[in-house]
Design a protein around this ligand. Sequence first.
Ligand SMILES: [Zn+2]
Length: 205
Amino acid sequence: MSQPTQSAASAVAFDLRETDLFAFCRKGGNVTGEVVTRDLPRILAETAEDAPASAPEETFRYMLAGFVREEAVEPGEPVSKRMFLDVTVNGRVWLDCQRCLQVYPEPIATKMRFEVMMSEEAADEAPMDDDELDVIVGSKKFSALDLIEDEVLLALPSAPKHAVCPAVHESLVTGTDGEVEPEAPPEEEKRPSPFAALASLKTKH
Ligand SMILES: [Zn+2]
């Protein structure tokens, strides 16, 4: 018996743009692969304008795993066959740092479990009290590519920043540090600083 290779077996059946998601879950499908940023127009739109020319070639590694579990939607309810999809996406997106204004690659590492519903109606009725589990409506022509793109978009920070900025942008340095300008007006120097005034107030208490 030859060794079955998972990726080779699923690569034949799996079309990232159009797959039967119900069948994928029922057979316990599992695929890994890569998508390129240029195939993700909404990620391209979020990419910084001054990103390196290679930014559209940045790849995202994904893993999709479908499975079925027989369990009740809520305790006490009848057990039913529920379909799930685990989606893992890793990669990076070039963004502008809000602190130093320089472009940098934001690492993306997202993992989410979805319950796959048969219809919009079923999705609307699903209890939404589980933070760990989101709901998607499956289809026989499901675009996993759109779902992967959604996941990357959701993983983008609302305020992108380097973990540690390489340098503070000069526009943010000028005039904000303690250096006294040589031509500073004399009355400016005589005025007590608000902080000094505060300090003297504090010592009186
Ligand atoms: Zn920065």
